[in-house]
Write a protein that binds this ligand. Sequence first.
Ligand code: CMC
Length: 428
Amino acid sequence: MSKKAILEIDGNKYEFPIIEGTEKELGIDIKTLRGATGGITTIDPGYKNTGSCESAITFLDGEKGILRYRGYSIEELAEKADFLEVAYLLIFGDLPTAEQLDKFDKDIKEESHIDEDMKRILDGFPKSAHPMGVLSSLTSALIAFNPGSVDVDSEEAMYGAIVKIMAKFPVLASWTMRKRKSLPLDYGDSSLGYVENLSKMMFSRPNKTYEANKIVNDALDKLLILHADHEQNCSTSTVRIVGSSHAGLFASLSAGISALWGPLHGGANQAVIEMLEAIREDGGDTAKYIAKAKDKEDPFRLMGFGHRVYKNFDPRAKIIKVAAEEVLGDLGIEDPVLDIAKGLAKVALEDEYFVKRKLYPNVDFYSGIIYRALGIPTEMFTVMFALGRLPGWIAQWREMRLRKEPIGRPRQIYTGETYRAFKSVSER
Ligand code: CMC
């Protein structure tokens, strides 16, 4: 028998079906709530208890520390797959065959040029501009160069738009870094793989022949895979909700980039390194900063700790911690900040405040240490996150449009003034 939930309000009983996901998650389906109860709504700030959609893309179990893309475990994908395969998997639902992957790769390469006029837009930004702001603006500007909305009922048109943004996004992302570093723009090299090409576009120097570094590229590949999707987080929900008004793919992505920028979301990776640096400059006293994080009068939070859904451990953080040690070892880098990070994690993991609130290191706690070792400037860290998250955002946008989801429009409980008669200025 199918499960149901019964809600009683003032003696009246209302019945709601309970839907069950493929991983046995249960959700009370309240679609009929307002109609049945005469306008009673739910209230759930931050949507901590609200499922905004049904989705077949990513499964995560915060208690058990499970993360799977389309059924495949993050551990296995990080170990065995490459980023382009994972992008295809997320967007189209299955791992690509050799032919599908080859076509995807070739189609992306075909679209990787950027209109020369886009450079004039980039020129208009001051060098000091944060790369995330520039990236969001450039992604939005792409619309002007690729006008016309995607016909979501046409598989071909949808594929065309997806390939276009997968191709142009890394070029734009690397340009934001080169602009800040006063380097000439690099257009990439179509003979290289997706991640290797990204690496070239970021790190090439005008006076040197670019030489691929396998350690750097493998680490980048892994980081991009680990960030590729994370179900209905802040930026992804933004992409879906903006897209639900039938705004185009690029416009929805640009909004997602802005949402990701915040320090409580993707911006945490930059904030973590800045915090670790500040602790180092302050003498490396981790206990002092643990105390600050616990002090309710102090706004300081331990960046890179805690997660809305992971309440046991973040499986991505586990993989990244090991990768950070490997990459630093392979590149022969000793970074005192890694020791501070490990020290903080050790103390926090045993401290009652953190244990009670189930606050564990998250994906961003160690990722910045790898980015630093790879020579990526701190303010580019969140751009790296965006590069990884791109296929996830695309997959979620595509799913939302194909399922013909209604426009996202939450309700509220009004707590302002009740009716007041207008008084002219002379009467106030
Ligand atoms: N340092 C100190 N205390 C914390 C922290 C932290 N990093 N995170 C949560 N808390 C406390 C918080 O003060 C609250 O305490 P109390 O119950 O006494 O009021 C309790 O833990 C629950 O916190 P919350 O803010 O209600 O939890 P949330 O689910 O709304 O927030 C979070 C999740 C990730 C925004 C939060 O843990 C945080 O701000 N962490 C630091 C920023 C960060 O690392 N963000 C990256 C998240 S992972 C990458 C991504 O997916 O975006």
